[in-house]
Design a protein around this ligand. Sequence first.
Ligand SMILES: Cc1ncc(COP(=O)(O)O)c(C=O)c1O
Length: 387
Amino acid sequence: MQIFPNKLQQKLSERAKNNSLRSLPITENHIDFSSNDYLGFGQNEDIYANTFHYLLGKNISQNGATGSRLISGNHELYTELENYLTNFHQVESALVFNSGYDANIGFFSAVPQRNDLVFYDESIHASIRDGIKMGNAKSHKFKHNDLEDLSSKIELAVEGQSKELDTDIYIVTESVFSMDGDSPDLRAFSEFCKSNGFYFVVDEAHAVGVFGRKGTGLVQELELQEQIFARIITFGKAMGCHGAAVLGSTTLKSYLLNFSRSFMYTTGLPPHTLATIFSAYTFLGISNGITEQEALKENISVFKGKLNTLGLSKNFIPSESAIQSCVISGNDKVKSISKKLLDNGFNVKAILSPTVAEGEERLRFCLHSFNTKEEIGFVLQLLKNHL
Ligand SMILES: Cc1ncc(COP(=O)(O)O)c(C=O)c1O
């Protein structure tokens, strides 16, 4: 057997020492308060059956994409899906990527240029940080959801930047934060960007399917779609399948398919995956889809009501979304409470440092349309008993 490098072994040992060593969980039939399948679409039999009918109706019996989209993988379903997304999300163009991770690294490594400045929320998703790191622009983080801090960070950075440089400024945030479940004041951010000529980019991974009429997302709920330079939407969360898209202008689409390396140098999605995304979207548009969205909203409100009656609201980060996080300091403590809930049949994920800052470890409850009120009551009572 090959020897494993000592430096890497030390890193693993360090993780084990901090009780933050990850391993792959075995999926069991626990009550789901951890997946991103907010509307139950990942298990939805109608969507599953519709995908097959759709493929059969189009006489498509192809397993793989056969190549990158720029070579042989640009299946006709891509065009159909991107046209559908354009209408549904009220935008000029949509470009489908293989995943949200790919979309974010592809966008942020390619769009901001040397001498440009990128300002990102300190709680931004790892895929955006990675993309920024791969690019050539300078970047600065601002305090979570804090427009004042953003404004002063910009002032400072611009002061230090030579006036000769042709600097474009990009501001990036999430409409629903994956670890906190909260949202920035998107209207205020968008107004700020508009009045200063900054390019505003919003990751809607956890908002699509949850907010907006028929699940269009928070940007459209607030009617801000005209003011956003680019939106990143993903299909692996509420849509219950896989993939992502960047929504923006036709020129942005053309730019990305010419310069975004995670788009260009990878095999396209299989037609079956595209058909599943299409089925999930059409399902959002019919009454059952709306019912799932309404059931989720109802469960969010039941959950928050229960937090109030149990006196737990102060432990949770305020959130109107399907993500409700209870801050429990310390990897050991949060892991042990998560384990106790699991022993009682409830899967609630412990989010450890370094994924979140030390001291801000948390139990992240992901709510779903299919959770029952009894399950919500029971899991929160258990949490209260163990806090
Ligand atoms: C805010 C955010 N953006 C992007 C992603 C990546 O999406 P995907 O799972 O499709 O790669 C995630 C997933 O965790 C996310 O939470």
